[in-house]
Design a protein around this ligand. Structure first.
Ligand code: ADP
Ligand code: MG
Ligand code: MG
Length: 992
């Protein structure tokens, strides 16, 4: 029954089967679900069980207390593990040890806690030594356990960077005292002492004696892992990644396997494909004779996974099979953890691997070509924003060579996050944040990074670490944040106090200090001192610079394939916001199907244009204004002609002048003098005019169509420039489509007024030139009244374009230019879920858009509609535009690849939703039918039963009637009655 199922709190796995599976991530966490699934499909996984995320929720609801009745369930699950492992928890002879692992729905690498080797105490350690045949290993595991338990469960892990881990200090003292360098050189006696000293330290610091009862250890560890869901790191990580705080973590308790049992043991981490480039190769690292976290934490630098083959050929073969199996089964690139215990392979985790944008594109395209996934799935696999990485610059090859020639080459590490980063060195994450705030570009350089550094890492444009491999924290975060990173660059040593680092370069040692410039190539792993110029990426070189042929550009080819698929799927057209011919060319290269917004005012700032513009503004009557406008006409006409030529037969939307006029005037004295000289008006009059134009709220002032309404000659000049250019280019044989767009319209009469000016001008120009071109006049919907009155406005406007920047400002009553502090505290407090200037506010602004779409299409059923605000390049907003039935989105040229992919994903997701809804409907109908059939059946049954009863009773009656005894009596009775009646009749007769 449903209720008892949801009440289940513990799910077992191991021994080739499991109670959970991979679809239960919400309940079991990613790790728990993955382990269950692997057990089910026969991958060797140590047995264990997972306590659900619901228990975590319950834990917090009860004020951080484990449910009381959880104990028996845990004991029962533990018994199953003991059965499979053939060991007993707490048994001094043959003890079962477990790990207690955290695992949320989505992976939050390193943010929460895990405890290993749990179940050791002063008795079981001897059993472990005897069974393992290795006393050193047993005591080493024990001292690690006590330290980990002290850190994680008893809270001794240092909170601040400056503080040292107390157990590390004791360990160091011990090594110093014995004159040994490596942990592994410590004799057993020293390990034994360490256990005692660690426990004493715990007692000294917490007043608690170390729990000797394994069951108590287990419950305490489970409690601590649940608590770690709310630690600072985890909270910061969730904020950064938009993970809801109420998901909670699951806890997995799993039988330990030991990679530290000797030279025939080891542990490793691997990706089924290269997570930086996407290449189809097994990629990872391992350490011989080491336990779990050693690879990531980096006590020793690990070996490459390919080297496993020479050391453990059999294991290498098995691993290769596991790699293929897991990738085929999960149909995506996997990130796996494994341990080899005395020649036997165990897999401890599998999850979808994090990857760079570059790798995401390649893996999606490759997997579709391998027929592992469909093209549609490939499209859904790439985060649209990740395409940015393919456009990101790389270092200028010549400058880089020069830097190397100049002896600036420093070192080489592992290329963990592709791209080029150049910036000033900072050594601390906190500094990265501060320097960034001051506007500096910084590269964070450290021995290694750790989870508490994430904010600083976010502020840096790249990271460089001395330590760790491709699976280290820095590498992981780089892939996730899309940062440039080089890791494991072991030529670096640090003096954090002096804020310097020493680099062993090929030419000898060099010292760099905080603030020095450094350049890091995340695609090759190379590092040079100084600032190196960057140059466009491969995709940019093919599309924009045209310095590379597509056939010599593999990354470009993957990009083109993916976007080709997207173009086949998407319904929305994409246009570009572009003001100049060169921008229009870039837009076309990125796939623009038209121009959605040409801001004519940008054109007025060009050389030779601002002067007549100012002249026009300071004009004091129409005649003066017209004289100035006449100077602007040829300039605008040339701009528009260039745009029409660049766009060919694609539509071009040109907006008439929009910003308040004072924006064009100088504010400083020399500027004013200049205008005075150019116009021959004296300085005082210019100043007076500037004063007149001053508005206390320009955003809501004399701007948009209001300018055209008060100065129709401006609209007239612009329309003339548009149509003359259109005619000129038409006569060159180009099939021009001009769309004239009137901004900030809120009432029908505004658009009536402006449309009339445009239409009259068009008729005049076409008459003069004896040539027509196709054009339309439409409006921007960017104030609430325009949206609400859309049906009326559409009587005149032939198309709508949503100006969602202004529509957002005016709907919220919030000026985008002044919103800084408000926005950050609103986001912090979750009053706004996202910045409404980045993603369309669907419930408010979006509701107005829906009204406008409905209104516009009520009047003009096929009315063309699009969006030209910044939102046009935001994936979530694109999805919304698809949903409400717009025809196109328009974004800046560089965001068009994102818009194309997002538009395709919107269609696919809508399809998925529709399919889901249809499935639910069908299920509903089937449910109804089943219910109907059941009722019918019941009724028929009832009817049949009633009939049967009736028949039965009828038969009984008949039978009664026919029974011989009755017959006889009746016959006798009738016989007895009949004569008397006859006799009576006779008597009657006689009487007559
Ligand atoms: P994280 O989510 O931080 O990776 P994990 O729970 O995966 O934490 O565990 C940390 C490390 O300990 C990993 O390297 C993992 O492989 C190792 N580990 C966890 N459980 C076991 C186990 N039962 N036996 C051996 N190693 C383990
Ligand atoms: Mg892990
Ligand atoms: Mg606007």
């Amino acid at each position: 029954m449903a209720s008892s199922k949801s009440a289940r709190r513990v799910y077992s796995f191991g021994g080739g089967k499991a109670e959970g599976n991979k679809d239960m991530k919400e309940l079991l966490g990613g790790k728990g679900a993955g382990l269950a699934e692997m057990s089910n499909i026969g991958i060797p996984v140590p047995p264990g069980f997972t306590i659900t995320t619901d228990v975590c929720t319950e834990f917090y609801r009860r004020g951080k207390q484990l449910p009381k009745d959880l104990g028996p369930e845990i004991r029962a699950a533990l018994a199953k593990v003991e059965g499979i492992a053939g060991k007993k928890f707490g048994d001094p002879e043959n003890p079962l040890l477990v790990s207690v692992r955290s695992g949320a729905r989505v992976s939050m690498p390193g943010m929460m806690d895990t405890v290993l080797n749990l179940g050791l105490d002063d008795r079981t350690v001897h059993g472990l030594a005897r069974r393992g045949g290795n006393e050193r290993f047993a005591w080493d595991s024990y001292r690690r356990f006590v330290a980990m338990f002290g850190d994680v469960v008893l809270g001794l892990k240092p909170e601040h960077k400056e503080d040292r881990d107390p157990f590390e200090l004791i360990l160091e003292a011990k090594k110093h005292q014995l004159g040994v360098k490596l942990d592994s050189d410590l004799p057993v006696a020293a390990l034994l002492e360490l256990v005692g000293e660690f426990k004493a330290e715990i007692l000294r610091r917490t007043g608690l004696s170390f729990p000797d009862d394994p069951m108590e250890q287990l419950l305490m560890a489970i409690d601590a892992v649940f608590r770690s869901w709310e630690n600072d790191r985890a909270i910061a990580y969730r904020k950064l990644n938009g993970i809801p705080g109420d998901w909670g973590t699951a806890v997995t308790v799993q039988s330990m396997v030991f990679g530290n049992m000797g030279e025939d043991s080891g542990t490793g981490v691997a990706f089924t494909r290269n997570p930086a480039t996407g290449e189809n190769e097994f990629y990872g690292e391992f350490l011989v004779n080491a336990q779990g976290e050693d690879v990531v934490a980096g006590i020793r630098t690990p070996q490459k996974i390919v080297e496993i083959a020479s050391r453990f050929p059999e294991i290498a073969g098995q691993l290769e099979r596991v790699r293929h199996r897991l990738e085929r089964h999960n149909r995506d690139m996997q990130d796996i953890e494994f341990t080899i215990e005395r020649g036997t392979l165990y897999v401890l985790q599998t999850r979808t691997g994090k990857r760079t944008g570059l790798a995401a594109v390649r893996i999606a395209v490759d997997m579709a070509s391998e027929k592992l996934i469909t093209a549609d799935e490939a499209l859904l696999r790439v985060e649209p924003m990740a395409l940015n990485q393919l456009l990101r610059p790389v270092f200028d090859a010549a400058q880089w060579r020069q830097a190397v020639k100049d002896g600036k080459y420093l070192a080489k590490g592992l290329p963990a996050g592709p791209g080029a980063a150049t910036g000033r060195i900072v050594f601390f994450a906190g500094d990265a944040e501060e320097w960034r705030k001051r506007g500096e570009t910084v590269v964070l350089v450290r021995h290694e990074t750790s989870p508490e550094d994430i904010r600083g890492m976010n502020a840096a444009s790249g990271f460089l670490t001395a330590f760790g491999g491709m699976t280290s924290h820095a590498a992981l975060v780089a892939r996730q944040m899309g940062k440039v990173a080089v890791v494991g660059c072991d030529a670096l040593t640090f003096d954090y106090k002096a804020r310097t680092m020493r680099v062993e370069t090929p030419q000898g040692p060099k010292v760099l200090k905080e603030g020095d410039w450094i350049s890091v190539d995340g695609s090759t792993g190379e590092v040079v001192a100084g600032e190196v110029k960057t140059t466009p990426s491969e995709v940019m070189q093919v599309l924009i610079e045209k310095t590379r042929k597509p056939e010599d550009a593999p990354i470009y080819q993957q990009y083109a394939k993916l976007l080709g698929w997207a173009d086949k799927v998407r319904r929305l057209q994409v246009r570009a916001n572009a003001d100049q011919p060169d921008q229009a060319e870039v837009a076309v290269a990125f796939g623009a199907q038209g121009i959605g917004l040409c801001r004519t005012e940008h054109m007025f700032f060009g050389a030779g244009k601002i002067e007549p513009m100012r002249e026009m503004i300071v004009a004091e009557n129409e005649a003066e204004r017209r004289a100035a406008l006449a100077k602007l006409l040829p300039l605008q006409r040339a701009d528009f002609a260039g745009l029409f030529r660049a766009m060919g037969s694609r539509p071009v939307t040109i907006r008439t002048i929009d910003p308040p006029l004072h924006e064009f005037l100088p504010q400083d004295e020399p500027g004013i003098q200049e205008v005075s000289r150019a116009t021959g008006k004296d300085v005082a009059r210019i100043r007076a005019r500037i004063h007149d134009l001053h508005e206390s709220n320009p955003m809501l002032g004399h701007r948009g169509c209001r300018l055209g309404v008060t100065y129709p000659e401006i609209t007239e000049m612009q329309a003339r420039a548009i149509f003359e250019a259109a005619v000129d280019v038409r006569q060159e044989g180009v099939d021009v489509h001009a769309e004239v767009m009137i901004p900030l319209v809120g009432t029908k009469k505004e658009i009536d007024d402006q449309a009339k000016v445009v239409h009259d001008t068009a008729a005049r120009v076409f008459g003069e030139r004896g040539q027509k071109v196709s054009y339309s006049v439409g409006t921007m919907i960017e104030v609430p009244r325009g949206a609400l009155a859309a049906a009326e406005i559409a009587q005149t406007a032939e198309f709508f374009s949503f100006g969602t920047n202004d529509l957002t400002q005016t709907t919220f009553g919030l000026s985008r230019d002044d919103v800084g502090t408000v926005l950050s505290s609103y986001l912090e407090k979750d009053i706004y879920a996202v910045d409404p200037f980045v993603s369309i506010d669907r419930d408010g602004v979006g509701a107005l858009m829906r009204i406008a779409v409905a209104g516009g299409r009520f009047t003009r059923p096929r009315m063309k509609m699009g969006i030209c605000g910044e939102h046009g390049g935001d994936p979530s907003s694109v999805e919304f535009c698809n949903e409400i039935g717009l025809d196109y989105v328009s974004a800046s040229p560089y965001r068009l690849p994102i818009a194309r992919l997002a538009a395709a994903q919107a269609v696919l997701r809508q399809g998925q939703l529709a399919a889901q809804a249809a499935r639910r409907k069908v299920e509903g109908v089937v449910g109804h039918l089943e219910h109907g059939v059941r009722t019918l059946e019941r009724r028929v049954e009832k009817g049949v039963r009633r009939l049967e009863q009736r028949v039965e009773s009828g038969v009984k009656q008949i039978a009664k009637a026919l029974s011989p005894r009755r017959k006889a009596t009746r016959r006798v009775r009738t016989a007895a009655k009949r004569p008397s009646r006859t006799a009576a009749r006779r008597r009657e007769k006689r009487a007559r």
